[in-house]
Design a protein around this ligand. Structure first.
Ligand SMILES: Cc1cc2nc3c(=O)[nH]c(=O)nc-3n(C[C@H](O)[C@H](O)[C@H](O)COP(=O)(O)OP(=O)(O)OC[C@H]3O[C@@H](n4cnc5c(N)ncnc54)[C@H](O)[C@@H]3O)c2cc1C
Length: 383
């Protein structure tokens, strides 16, 4: 068993109680009505869950990656839509501003973000650029003290509700890793608007939108990091984000397993509990092993991150394994529920839909395997 500090166990307990009392109760309604969990996110801000990686100097709770991963799994147990907003906000957005922002940017954005009063979004993907961010075409051209931005971003989580969006746009040529820059975008900027809202299979309470830039004038003070540093900022944010998505997937697996155990003990066929049939006992045992293996990989990646060690491969392995576990385990949960598992009245139907995207966003699992293989094959001295 991993040694988990008292402080981290406490934050896990707080997140668990909140997720099971409030989020799980509201999740089905929010999913059905595509209702953004704004009121719950506000409470999560008050509980310190929205600034978990932000230093205390900027009002964060500075819990660190292990406590964060534990808390995020608990939030996903209650509602995966809320968890994805929390993950993008904490890992990618707060993390990037904390690492690359100026003091003025931290004062303006990081402080309210750490309180949960300003939610972050991250805009990298475009209609023609997904797995290959080097090919993105959204452009930012310097004109005096402003950048003029033109282009479209696609599939942006919290695109509509975010208070600040980290935009990755092209400021230079296609030279690998150098032609992209990051900007802090707010909804009041002229020439910026939110486009179509996607109608999705799962995680329906989180909004996924297009972002449209038409001669959008962004003050040069909104450049995050320096010009040409956008690729580095995006990749470092995604390394952290993958631990978040792994933790989210773990929470879905945990929830599906618990529902399955309770249903198997309560449902009777052939005069006995279905939990007595060996076919289902073995399935439950497999699910339990799968969830445990994912938990260890998530904690391993988070612990390495916390220790300041290089953890790119471990983050990708955790994301890959935990997301595939979530798909297996939520599918098995439906099987154990029989026909009822396919009906919306039972939460496993939602878990199954919510789990499907986890192998796709923040880098598909094919891309994760490329990262893992690259790390494995690279010169050991450089590791
Ligand atoms: C609900 C949702 C939320 C999202 N949130 C965000 C967000 O907040 N911000 C953001 O920027 N993006 C977001 N995305 C976008 C997401 O990250 C991309 O969809 C994902 O990275 C894949 O890009 P793509 O859809 O263009 O697929 P493509 O890149 O076109 O890939 C299609 C298929 O080809 C495979 N493939 C591509 N290249 C290779 C290769 N070299 N080797 C092997 N296989 C390969 C892929 O694995 C995939 O199976 C979100 C997407 C969804 C659906």
């Amino acid at each position: 068993m991993f040694q988990i500090s008292k402080e981290n166990l406490m934050i896990q307990k707080t997140a668990r109680e909140f997720a099971r009392k409030e989020l799980a109760e509201l999740a089905a309604h929010r999913d059905a009505h595509h209702e953004f969990p704004g009121s719950s996110l506000k409470k999560m801000g008050d509980m310190g869950l929205m600034g978990m990686l932000v230093s205390e100097t900027y009002g964060g709770s500075e819990i660190g990656p292990v406590g964060y991963a534990l808390a995020l799994s608990e939030i996903a147990y209650g509602c995966a839509s809320t968890a994805v907003v929390m993950s993008v906000h904490n890992s990618i957005c707060c993390g990037s501003i904390q690492s690359f922002g100026t003091d003025a940017q931290k004062d303006e954005f990081l402080r309210p973000m750490a309180q949960g009063t300003c939610i972050g979004a991250f805009a990298l993907t475009e209609p023609e650029a997904g797995s290959d961010p080097q090919s993105l075409s959204c452009s930012a051209v310097k004109e005096g003290e402003h950048y003029i931005i033109n282009g479209t971003k696609r599939f942006i989580t919290t695109g509509k509700h975010a208070g600040v969006i980290i935009l990755i746009a092209r400021t230079g040529n296609n030279e690998p890793g150098r032609g992209l820059s990051a900007f802090l975008i707010t909804h009041d900027l002229p020439g910026f608007s939110v486009g179509r809202m996607e109608d999705k299979m799962g995680q329906c309470a989180s909004d996924t939108t297009d972002l449209l830039f038409s001669d959008c004038r962004v003050p040069a003070s909104r450049l995050l990091g320096h010009e040409g540093q956008g690729f580095e900022i995006a990749m470092s944010g995604l390394d952290d984000g993958r631990i978040g998505i792994a933790a989210l997937s773990l929470g879905l697996g945990m929830a599906a397993l618990d529902q399955s155990v309770s249903y198997a003990k309560q449902r009777r066929q052939f005069g006995k509990q279905i939990a007595e049939f060996q076919g289902l006992r073995w399935m439950l045992a497999d699910m339990d092993m799968d969830v445990d293996a994912a938990r260890l990989m998530v904690l391993n990646a988070a612990a390495l991150k916390q220790a300041g060690k290089h953890c790119r491969a471990q983050a990708s392995k955790a994301k890959c394994y935990a997301s595939e576990m979530a798909q297996r385990v939520t599918g098995q949960a439906i099987q154990i529920h029989g026909g009822y598992g396919y009906i919306k009245e039972y939460p496993v139907e939602r878990f199954y839909r919510d789990a499907r995207i986890t192998t796709i966003y923040e880098g598909t699992n094919q891309i994760q395997r490329i990262i893992i293989a690259n790390e494995l094959l690279k010169d050991k001295k450089k590791k």
